[in-house]
Design a protein around this ligand. Structure first.
Ligand code: 5RP
Length: 222
């Protein structure tokens, strides 16, 4: 199977997982990226069976609206049962690296509110130790050099993501060669640097369920 076929298979599996729990009041949190896009397309088939969605990016909001799915501001929502999103890397404990699409901050906020975070990913994303994928950090523009220097002190190699402005008007620094054998500690240390909005480690709030697309079918972890 191609990577896209695996992404589509896990998106369908996520839809099958939540479909029995939908009702007219349900609002679904929706992530960003190509895997999340497949999920949005499946979600559209159920648009008359739930209320609407909260989007983790402007791009996702546009795709949802394009399907006629109402998009709500997160502040208008009391409860979010499910958040469905992809990842750039996941380990066995469902700690993730996210932010390849620069949407990490809004993704982390929606994940924090959701009761159940379902991560959908093809098997290329599963690793023993996080960090081969450069760790994205959203940074306030005027703090770029300061944050870069602090990252070097932590042992990482910061690389400015040229030409990218986040939906929040900030920049992205990708950290290469960082030791992420202790993900919670690294997440907290980077978030403590003044000028960092957040980083793409989802370790304090990992996914609750991983649907992993493999050539033998979709594996459900745990
Ligand atoms: C966006 C993300 C995405 O979930 C991550 O980059 C995976 O993308 P894709 O599903 O296209 O492989 O974190 O900020």
């Amino acid at each position: 199977m191609t990577q896209d076929e695996l992404k589509k298979a896990v998106a369908k599996a996520a839809m099958d997982h939540i479909a029995p729990h939908l009702n007219r009041k349900s609002v679904i949190g929706v992530g960003t990226g190509s895997t999340a896009n497949f999920f949005i397309d499946f979600l559209a088939d159920y648009k008359n069976e739930f209320d609407g969605a909260v989007a983790s990016s402007e791009a996702t909001a546009e795709r949802l609206k394009g399907h006629g799915i109402p998009v709500y501001d997160l502040n208008a929502i009391d409860e979010l049962e499910y958040y469905v999103d992809g990842a750039d890397e996941t380990n066995e404990r469902l700690e993730l690296i996210k932010g390849g699409g620069a949407a990490l901050t809004r993704e982390k906020i929606v994940a924090a509110v959701a009761k159940t975070f379902i991560c959908i990913a093809d098997e290329s994303k599963k690793v023993d130790i996080l960090g081969a994928f450069p760790l994205p950090v959203e940074v306030i523009p005027m703090a770029r050099s300061h944050v870069g220097r602090e990252i070097v002190k932590l042992g990482g190699d910061p690389v400015y993501r040229d030409g990218v402005t986040t939906d929040n008007g900030n920049i992205i620094i990708d950290i290469h060669n960082m030791d992420i054998s202790r993900p919670i500690q690294v997440e907290e240390r980077i978030n403590n640097i003044v000028g960092v909005v957040t980083n793409g480690l989802f370790a304090r709030r990992p996914a609750d369920l991983l649907l992993l697309g493999t050539s033998e079918g979709v594996k459900s972890i745990p």
